[in-house]
Design a protein around this ligand. Structure first.
Ligand code: IVH
Length: 712
């Protein structure tokens, strides 16, 4: 016999744990430290082990995943799970809105618009009570009618997996996939492992039976860590976050699902019995949230098509910063009675539509592969493609990274390929469509000689990176080194863009970076595209760039593997250019984060007589920087700590924050990894924040950072 005291304690523990889960996963808040939460959980697990009869499916201990299934069973949806129609342009959206308005009040709106309804056959419409009386009402519409704006709920369209969750008496009893809309698969076991899905609803005013629908997804940060892990274990990575989500969900072993950190945003109430739901979609979502279900914070009410379009544009501009993938937005008529009036056409509602972002993946043909020589001589294969519209622009080139990537893709010239372009990211070939390969598809071979200077090409040990070792003898490397030297983070020569550098190199006006300081306005005036004013302006900018800093100068030299951060570390460690030039391998390796390979690149660079001459010429021309005080090793209270800065800061720029960290002895890195000590996260921090969270990296907001810095 189990005593009442034990039964009561179990109930109390479950209530407390559910409460903390709700705070943490749904409201993003905490009331107790992790250790206290762990103690509650351990106590509950202890009691349940001792009294197995007390275990229920809703107990918070049951999230870890039960025993594997052999197959998923089928689920018949009580109410079909619909799909959505699409709009792609602003005009499509305006037409969609007009069609909805016409259906709501056919007599009172612009009769000339009726033709818009043509593609949707009337016989398909399940909505009642309006098509019959249209003709008479149309005749009555003589004057220009006033069109009231309709209220829509705008929501991000998450690119994940649709799911139906069924709650009876507030308890999660079933989770199902959408399947074909009428019949899906029973994934209850897996759904139970997802922390953002409550096993019990909060409050007591929910309907006795409540089915909710939502999208399961994997955040960008989690997706990256899953793939990093897969690569480490030599497993195949997932192509995108949606595949990762659906792959993680369709696991017969719920323990696997449990580890994948799936999340949910619910977007609709489905079937319900014995209870009340609000009479607008927006208020229903608020009810769902009140019952402990997670809704997307970006959801907003908007009046009319123009505001919907503004919402689409706003979300589109922030798409890359959102911590999850979206492929568009969804507009839904807010008033439920209006939804009912407007009805459905085949398997999609007429009262809602998806406004898709331009596709980020398209099919095209690989016409050729060219080999580009970079600043350090690395030779990169670049795909020349049949031009294709993807991610909002037409592209005709895509990076192929290296020969290993070509091998991995099993790519041949003439292949049909899928290219991906997201945001400002460089377009990429992601897949070959093998069954479309033409018979004459040609193998891709790395040339034996540099395509620019004809010097012999060497390969690294793994045979991945190919290189032209001609250094500045190679015109391609010269050109790239000048672009690098004048770039923003190096000497920052305003107005000296890539095109101008290419022109100056082509006519031999520039042969090395030192030649920049020998340029005269008179030489430029004669060139096409230059006038007196622009020539003088550029010369003034070149002159101004002479006042620089040692880290910028070092970075600008383009030494292999010496990026911005390493350049700063070298400058701080040695203080002067001379000291760095004369440093031996061993003393270079004393510098934080410089290992034998980078140290070898540095000594090799400064031993080269050509490089020494160029540096002499630069100094003689007047390039200079303020002297640096070398920090004693123990100074700077952030020493040894690695920071990443992301998001929009209010009181300082990100560069200011980086400088502050470095001035206090800390290091700044560009990407979050397990080595990161702190993430300084401003407003709208995106995938870096998600990744830091998934790796357990400490997160500072701007205020906390300022307080930390001031206290040192
Ligand atoms: S509403 C009756 N809202 O998009 C309306 N769907 O083709 C049914 N999706 O697979 C869907 N985010 O899973 C709706 N905020 C959102 C959504 C959303 C993503 C997915 C949904 C379905 C597809 C609709």
């Amino acid at each position: 016999m189990v005593s009442d005291t034990v039964i009561n304690r179990v109930a109390e523990l479950r209530n407390q744990i559910d409460h903390h889960n709700h705070l943490y996963y749904i409201l993003d808040q905490i009331e107790v430290p992790d250790a206290e939460y762990d103690r509650l959980m351990q106590e509950l697990q202890g009691i349940e082990t001792e009294y197995p009869d007390l275990v229920t499916a809703q107990s918070p201990t049951q999230r870890v995943g039960s025993t594997p299934l052999t197959a998923f069973s089928e689920v018949q949806h009580e109410q079909p799970m619909l799909s959505l129609g699409n709009v792609f342009t602003e005009q499509d959206l305006v037409d969609f809105d007009r069609r909805v308005r016409d259906r709501l009040a056919p007599a009172k709106t612009d009769t000339a618009d009726k033709s818009d309804d043509a593609p949707e056959s009337e016989s398909e419409g399940k909505s009642e009570g309006k098509s019959k009386d249209k003709p008479e009402q149309e005749n009555e519409a003589k004057t220009e009618p006033k069109k009231p704006l309709l209220e829509y709920v705008c929501e991000p369209k998450l690119d994940g997996v649709a799911v139906s969750l069924l709650y009876r008496d507030g308890k999660l009893v079933r989770g199902a996939t959408r399947g074909d809309g009428s019949q899906g698969e029973d994934i209850t076991q897996n759904v139970r492992t997802i922390s953002t899905i409550p096993l019990r609803l909060q409050g007591d005013d929910y309907p006795k039976v409540l089915e909710v629908r939502g999208e399961l997804f994997i955040s960008k940060g989690t997706f990256e860590s899953i793939n990093e892990k897969a690569l480490k274990q030599e497993q195949k990575p997932f192509v995108n976050a949606r595949n990762a989500a659906s792959g993680s969900l369709r696991q017969l072993d719920p323990q696997v699902t449990a580890k994948r950190n799936l999340e949910i945003y619910v977007y609709a109430a489905g079937w319900f019995e014995q209870g009340e739901l609000a009479d607008t979609h927006f208020d229903r979502l608020q009810q769902l949230q009140h019952w402990g279900l997670r809704i997307n914070p970006e959801i907003k009410k908007m009046q009319g098509a123009a505001e919907c379009q503004a919402y689409y544009e706003d979300i589109g501009s922030r798409r890359d910063d959102l911590p999850y993938e979206i492929d568009g937005v969804v507009y839904k008529l807010n008033a439920i009675d209006q939804q009912e009036q407007v009805g459905f056409v085949s398997r999609a509602p007429r009262w809602a539509t998806a406004h898709k972002f331009p596709a980020q993946e398209e099919l095209t043909t690989l016409l050729d592969v060219e080999f580009q020589v970079g600043r350090t001589g690395a030779i990169t294969p670049v795909a020349r493609l049949e031009p294709v519209f993807v991610g909002g622009v037409t592209i005709s080139n895509a990076t192929l990274h290296n020969m290993d990537e070509i091998k991995r893709l099993d790519l041949r010239i003439g292949d049909s390929v899928i290219v991906h372009r997201a945001g400002d990211v460089i377009p990429k070939v992601v897949q070959v469509v093998k069954n479309r390969r033409p018979d004459d598809a040609a193998e891709i071979v790395m040339p034996k000689h540099c395509p620019v200077c004809e010097s012999e090409v060497s390969q690294d040990e793994e045979g991945i990176v190919f290189r032209c070792n001609a250094g500045l003898y190679c015109a391609a490397q010269r050109k790239e080194s000048i672009k690098h030297f004048s770039s923003r983070k190096a000497l920052d020569i305003q107005g000296l863009g890539d095109k101008i550098v290419e022109l100056f190199c082509a006519i031999d006006l520039l042969k090395s970076i030192a030649d920049l300081y020998q340029l005269k306005a008179e030489q430029l005036i004669e060139l096409e595209g230059f006038g007196e004013k622009s020539a003088h302006k550029l010369i003034t900018a070149i002159e101004a760039s002479k006042q620089t800093t040692l880290p910028k100068f070092l970075f600008g030299l383009g030494i292999r593997e010496v990026g911005e951060t390493t350049a700063k570390q070298l400058a701080n460690q040695f203080g002067t250019l001379e000291a760095i030039q004369n440093a031996d391998q061993e003393s270079l390796e004393q510098t934080p984060e410089i290992g034998p390979i980078v140290a070898a690149h540095i000594t090799h660079f400064f031993q080269d007589t050509h490089n020494r001459t160029v540096i002499e010429e630069l100094l003689t021309a007047g390039v200079s920087w303020p002297t640096i005080e070398v920090l004693a090793e123990s100074e700077g209270s952030l020493s040894g700590l690695i920071f990443v800065v992301t998001g929009k800061l209010e009181q300082m720029s990100r560069d200011d924050a980086k400088q502050k960290i470095e001035s206090l002895g800390g290091k700044v890195s560009g990407s979050v990894s397990a080595k990161t000590d702190y993430l300084l996260a401003g407003e709208k921090a995106g995938s870096k924040l998600a990744k830091a969270e998934s790796l357990g990296v400490k997160i500072l907001d701007e205020q906390a950072f300022i307080e930390l810095a001031d206290s040192l």
